[in-house]
Design a protein around this ligand. Structure first.
Ligand code: GLN
Length: 456
């Protein structure tokens, strides 16, 4: 812990940490040492990690990457934080992210952009960009992230890591600052499927404080990952695994370097015994407008709680209550958050609700049904995580649409609530990492981890 704290301080220029807590980390490390001396401990005892700053923490500030939460201190820990603490992990601090997890490059943090350790002129991906950069730079072996439309998988892909977004409902959302409640999921980002399995086992499981939490106990994901498949042989551990390749995930416009790395990883999976089958997710393209209606709609509702009354930022001068709300929100929220609140309010407003929000909800159901049709033909769906490698900081020139379009391969699984994983596939342009995405049916995290582990 002491060594990693020093390393994190030495690499402050990456912008990965928003808050580094030396004293409480060292105290937690000593407590872990004492626990280990006193008797048998779990595999995560004493393991240094850090949390995306979207999880509330009682002993550290929480900002959600926003000025709106200036001075905020939560009276409680998020369930995921509390569970990882109970498992003995040592939290070094809080990790930078896009403001309220809205973004794909960590360029929307109100504090500072995060640099990709593979090439510091490039973005680490987002919105869990601080988590990705910290693990990729070996400041910590693992981190928590959240994924609403790709924010674990895409930064994992851009930063050469393994990350898993479990089935919606597997990890409690209690204490996770809400962006789009029907989509938000927590998950681990680490260097391997094995490390992800260890973390996810500690994070997952029913929580009565989250009404959308799945009523099932946390499985032992490490055991599931290591369980041999029925048809497995020594040289073909994935024998019998059918991997579906949706034609829509391999469009002609897909960058050649990404295509090459993903195809190479698929060939490796084939060598390990898996069979590749062609499938179709015909509404893949529609997932972009569907997501960018539903997510802002939910965000506009969730973010109405930030009014300057009880916590966080409040404008210094105002005339009356309404003026206080207006000035507080105008000062506290960044441009991307304001854009989403405006879009969300618009699509939910009288006269537009049926035309936008309701249509999007119907299409969301159809997208989920498309996946179920695929899963009659295959066990796992595979494709790229993102259409390109990490782009350069500032390259998109602030055009939000470019970032939205780049979410095309991660949004479908999010809308369907399915588990998705990013596994390092190889390298593309500029020597930058490329991730392979694996999508499973509901609660099939074990299958994803097993396949990813075989590849690693
Ligand atoms: N890039 C997507 C967005 O900006 C997804 C973000 C996320 O998963 N939190 O909304």
């Amino acid at each position: 812990t002491a060594a990693l704290l020093a390393r994190a301080e030495a690499h402050a220029e990456l912008g990965a940490f928003l808050h580094l807590d030396r004293d409480s980390a060292l105290a937690a490390a000593l407590a872990a040492d004492a626990a280990r001396a006193a008797g048998p401990v779990g595999p995560l005892c004493g393991v240094p990690i850090a949390h995306k700053d979207i999880f509330v923490t009682a002993d550290m500030p929480t900002t959600a990457g926003s000025k709106m939460l200036a001075g905020y201190r939560s009276p409680f820990d998020a369930t995921v934080v509390a569970r990882l603490k109970a498992a003995g992990t040592v939290s070094l601090g809080k990790l930078n992210c896009d403001e309220f997890a809205m973004g794909s490059a960590n360029e929307n943090s109100a504090f500072q952009p995060v640099k990709n350790p593979w090439d510091t002129t490039r973005v680490p991906g987002g919105s869990s960009g601080g988590s990705a950069a910290a693990v990729a730079a070996r400041l910590i072996p693992a981190a928590t992230g959240t994924d609403t439309g790709g924010s674990i998988r895409q930064p994992a892909s851009f930063s050469g890591l393994t990350g898993i977004k479990p089935t919606y409902g597997v990890c409690s959302r209690y204490g996770m600052i809400a962006f789009a409640s029907s989509l938000d999921q927590a998950g681990p980002m680490a260097r391997s499927a094995e490390d992800c399995a260890l973390l996810l086992s500690a994070m997952a499981g029913f929580d009565e404080r989250d009404s959308t939490s799945a009523e099932r106990p946390a499985p032992d994901y490490l055991a599931l990952m290591n369980t041999p498949r029925a048809e497995a042989t020594a040289s073909q551990p994935l024998k019998g695994l059918r991997i579906g390749l949706p034609a829509e995930f391999f469009p002609a416009a897909l960058a050649a370097d990404v295509n090459g790395a993903v195809r190479a990883a698929l060939a490796q999976l084939e060598q390990l015994g898996a069979t590749l089958v062609d499938v179709s997710l015909p509404r893949t393209e529609l997932s972009i407008p569907v997501y960018y209606i539903i997510a802002p709609a939910e965000a506009s509702s969730n973010l109405s709680r930030f009014d300057g009354v009880k916590f966080g930022h409040r404008a210094a001068q105002y005339d009356d209550l309404l003026d206080m709300y207006r000035k507080t929100r105008a000062e506290g929220f960044g441009p991307e958050v304001k854009r989403r609140i405006m879009i969300g309010t618009y699509v939910l407003s009288h006269g537009y609700y049926d035309a936008y929000y309701l249509q999007a909800q119907k299409l969301r159901r159809m997208i989920a049904d498309d996946f179920q049709r695929c899963f009659t033909q295959c066990d796992v769906i595979a494709g790229p995580v993102a259409p390109t490698v990490a782009w350069h900081i500032g390259e998109q020139g602030g055009d939000p649409l470019q970032a939205y379009l780049a979410d095309i391969f991660t949004l479908p699984a999010s809308l369907a609530g399915l588990p998705g994983m990013s596994v390092p596939a190889g390298f593309g342009a500029g020597g930058m990492p490329v991730g392979l995405q694996l999508i499973g049916n509901y609660f099939q995290e074990g299958t994803l981890l097993h396949a990813a582990h075989a590849l690693q």
